[in-house]
Write a protein that binds this ligand. Structure first.
Ligand SMILES: [Zn+2]
Length: 202
């Protein structure tokens, strides 16, 4: 029986698939300790991949225009994110720094973190995740520029394959003035290089 790849399987079918993987790993899915595992894994998947049900553009749609002509960089740094690599379906865990230079409108800062979540709670590669966050902020807020920098550890590199713990990958996407103006880019880098007060005092 052929199935459309876009037709969502039932919860029961998803749990059966986990039982298949347990048997593939050499386990007995009817063993007492594993009886509830398929249900737990499926619920975990709902959490890991809830980004598919979110519209990142809609998250940014509510903006504030009374900003008293604030026209400097807004930077939200050290946003922890958890994603999964689309090649091995294992975690990518890291931090995102998201900056923009508003033209007229600003957005609530929690919204920037929610955009990071909406894209990271999907199967990803880090390069695309970086670009999607930057492009969405750019398209919706239409600021003078956007900069997104991600640094993450990939468990497909640390726990399997080449087994290289302690390696992190850094990606960035610079748009608008962050791309064209090296002074603005340098200002951003100096903001990022300052020690974070958040972890120390807040
Ligand atoms: Zn991978």
């Amino acid at each position: 029986m052929s199935q459309s790849p876009l037709l969502r399987p039932s919860r029961e079918e998803a749990e059966d698939a986990i039982r298949t993987l347990l048997r593939w790993a050499g386990e007995d899915p009817s063993r007492e300790g594993l009886l509830d595992t398929p249900g737990r894994v499926v619920r975990s998947y709902e959490e890991f991949f809830e980004g598919y049900g979110e519209d990142p553009s809609a998250i940014l749609s509510r903006t504030f225009s009374e900003v008293d002509d604030y026209d400097e960089i807004v930077l939200l740094r050290d946003i922890r994110f958890e994603s999964h690599c689309e090649h091995h379906m294992v975690p990518i865990i890291g931090v995102a720094h998201v900056a923009y230079l508003p033209s007229k409108r600003v957005v609530g800062i929690s919204k920037l973190a929610r955009v990071v979540d909406a894209f990271s709670r999907r199967l990803q590669i880090q390069e695309r995740l970086t670009a999607q966050i930057a492009n969405t902020i750019n398209d919706v807020l239409q600021p003078h520029g956007v900069a997104v920098i991600l640094e993450a550890g990939h468990q497909c590199m640390t726990t399997r394959g080449v087994h290289r713990p302690g390696v992190s990958m850094v990606t960035s996407r610079m748009l608008g003035i962050f791309r064209t103006n090296s002074d603005t880019r340098r200002e951003l880098m100096s903001m990022l290089n300052r020690p974070s007060v958040a972890t120390a005092h807040l």
